[in-house]
Design a protein around this ligand. Sequence first.
Ligand code: CAA
Length: 250
Amino acid sequence: MSDIILTERPHEHVALVRLNRPKSLNAISNELFEQLVIALETLAADGVTRAAVITGDARAFAAGADIAEFAAARPQLEMWDRVWSLELPTIAAVNGLALGGGLELAMSCDLMVVAEDARLGQPEINLGVMPGAGGTQRLTRAVGKTLATEMVLLGRELNGREAELHGLANRAVPAERVVPFAIELARALAKQPPHAVRVAKRAIARSFEGSLHAGLLDERQAFYGLLQTEDAREGIAAFVGKRKPTWSGR
Ligand code: CAA
C-alpha cells in the first residue's frame, strides 16, 4: 500500500485510515483518492473490519481536491460512486481543514467527529466553480438551505462547534480528542450486529436517495460544465500562481 494512505488497526475490528500528503494539506489527488478507495474496499472485504475511521493530520483532514491537477483532471466520478456505495461503516475524524472535496469526503462518512476549532467549508466558488461531489446536496440536507447557501455561494466556513450545532458533525471535541473519540465510536459500532449495521446504513442512505441521486447527477454535470469556463481556468491559474483572480463572467 502506498504511503499516501496509511492504515492502522487500533482494535481488532476497527481500522484507522490516514490521508498522508501533509505538504499539500492532504489535497485529494487522483492517486490519493484511488489509494483511499482501494484501502477502504479492502477493509470492507476482509471479513474482520467492522468500522473504519478516516482522518488526516493536525493541520488538515483534507483541503479539497488537488487544484494543481484540476486542469488535467481525470474525472473522479467513479471513485466517488465507490465511496458512496461502501458497505463498511465509516467515521470521519476531522482536525484542521475540511474544505471542498475534503468536506465532501467527511460528509460521505456515516458519522463525523470534528475538532472544536476545525474549519469546514465549500470554497469552490472562489475558484470560479462549485462543489462537485455532494457539497450542494449533502450539505443542504445536513445544515438546511439557509446556511448551505451562505457556505456554497459566499464560501462561509464553519468551525467545529458550529458544525455540531448545525447538525453537520455528530460531535465537536478538543483537537487531541478527535481521533480517540472517533475510535471509541468505531469500537461501539463494531460491537453492533455487523449485518444489521450494514443494512441499516444502506437504508439510511436510501431514505433520501431518489432525489439525492438526481441532485448529484445534476450537480456533477454542472460542476464539469463550470470547469470548462474561462473563470474556472482563471481561478485555478490564480491559485496556482498565488495571485488574486480576475473574473470575466465567461
Ligand atoms: N490543492 C492543491 N494544493 C493545495 C490545496 C489544494 N486544494 N490546498 C492547499 N494546497 C497546497 C498549497 O498550494 C501549498 O503548497 P506549496 O507549499 O507548495 O505552496 C500547501 O498546500 C500549503 O497551503 P498554503 O500555503 O496555502 O497554506 P495556508 O495555511 O496559507 O492556507 C488554505 C490554507 C486556506 C486552505 C489554502 O491552502 C487554500 O485556500 N487552499 C485551497 C482550498 C480549496 O479551494 N479547496 C477546494 C478545492 S476544489 C474541490 O475540492 C472541488 C471538488 O472536490 C469537486
